[in-house]
Design a protein around this ligand. Structure first.
Ligand SMILES: [Mn+2]
Length: 366
């Protein structure tokens, strides 16, 4: 039996420029990437797995230093009984200038070559691992050109950073059916940050620590075992925090305090302290309420680890007096026209408010 952990897309060193973090929060998240990396190594030691697969984008080469790569090396070295397999991706390319090649790696680390699909055999475990490292940031190479197939008397694993979703991708397009049908016991993929399990024999592990609001929900690692009767894997949530998007529905009966209180109830208190929230306010806002999002975020900051607010509300206008004031212009005609439809209907009402919002804005400019 072979036991393994599959990770990748850690992006150590990331600066978090895609998220509107302040300096302190960005620093904190950078540290958490390191912590999660170290927790993964610790887990592979404690669980005595045979292999740890790192399927690319281990670090951000733009921001990584020689000191950082030495820290990676020394951390990996601690898992001396775990065979660690690294295939570089598009953010941590392996070439003559790269940090990967400026240090000597410990015995338990295998960094795959960049000249086509390579393999490394572990005779005592009767296993062959196939892999490939990127040497540049974009890559359309067909690394399976001339591939001879696998030796079915052995256990065969493929570790690779690439895109199985888009045949036109500039990030190593892989033909999912083709690689699936080769007969690998496991294909450990990197590049797509959303954990995606196709089957027990093929998966994207996803980024173990999510990096922005494009990566909402649980993130973690994949743990698996390969026995004579097949492979079994499971996704293990492992991130320190998760990114979440929530929608809060507002109506015209709600005051400022009601709205703030409803935002506070977006999740359980313990979760608010832990996760990163993007909260959308939807619905109708009473015309007297001034939604100052910056102020709202400020008053919620103590209860949330991180909160972003997006205002998608429409203003609840006083239709009768507006119509009266504008009886000779398009605003009045519009209200009158809409009143002939069913204003109790939510969609009609919403359309009226959105239209009015546009017309009123135009009026101010005039
Ligand atoms: Mn990545």
């Amino acid at each position: 039996m072979i036991r393994f952990i599959h990770t990748g897309d850690l992006h150590l060193g990331l600066q978090f420029k895609n998220v509107s973090f302040d300096k302190r929060k960005a620093e904190e998240r950078r540290l958490e990437l390191w912590n999660t990396f170290e927790r993964i190594i610790k887990r592979s030691i404690e669980e005595s797995v045979d292999f740890l697969f790192i399927a690319g984008d281990l670090f951000e080469e733009r921001y990584f230093t020689l000191g950082d790569i030495k820290r990676v090396r020394d951390t990996l070295k601690e898992a001396k009984n775990v065979e660690i397999i690294i295939t570089a991706g598009n953010h941590d390319t392996s070439n003559i200038k790269s940090l990967y090649n400026m240090i000597d790696w410990p015995k338990n680390v295998t960094l795959f070559n960049t000249d086509g699909l390579g393999k490394r055999e572990f005779v005592d475990k009767n296993i062959i691992i196939y892999g490939y490292s990127w040497d540049r940031g974009e890559n359309k190479k067909d690394i399976f050109e001339g591939f001879q197939g696998i030796d079915r008397d052995k256990t065969n694993i493929l570790i690779i950073h690439g895109d199985v979703f888009n045949k036109e991708s500039s990030y190593l397009p892989l033909d999912k059916n083709y690689i699936n049908n080769i007969g690998f016991d496991y294909i450990g993929l990197g590049h797509i940050h959303k954990p995606t399990i196709f089957s027990d024999r093929m998966a994207y592990c996803g980024s173990p620590e999510p990096l922005d609001f494009g990566e909402i929900g649980e993130h973690g690692i994949i743990e698996g075992m390969i026995k004579d009767n097949g492979t079994k894997i499971k996704f293990l949530p492992f991130s320190n925090r998760i990114f979440l998007e929530k929608t809060i529905n507002i109506d015209e009966t709600m005051g400022y305090v009601d709205i703030i209180n409803k935002i506070r109830q977006a999740d359980e208190g313990r979760e608010l302290k832990r996760n990163l929230y993007r909260i959308r306010l939807e619905g109708t806002l009473h015309r007297d309420i001034d939604l100052n999002l910056d102020h709202m975020v400020k008053s919620l900051e103590d209860e949330f680890y991180y909160i972003e607010l997006i205002d998608n509300t429409v203003i609840d206008y006083d239709l009768d007096s507006l119509e009266k004031e504008n009886q000779d212009n398009i605003i009045g005609y519009f209200i009158n026209e809409m009143k002939n439809k069913d204003l109790e209907d939510k969609v009609v009402r919403q359309a009226l408010y959105i239209g009015l919002g546009v017309l009123m804005e135009g009026k101010v400019e005039l």
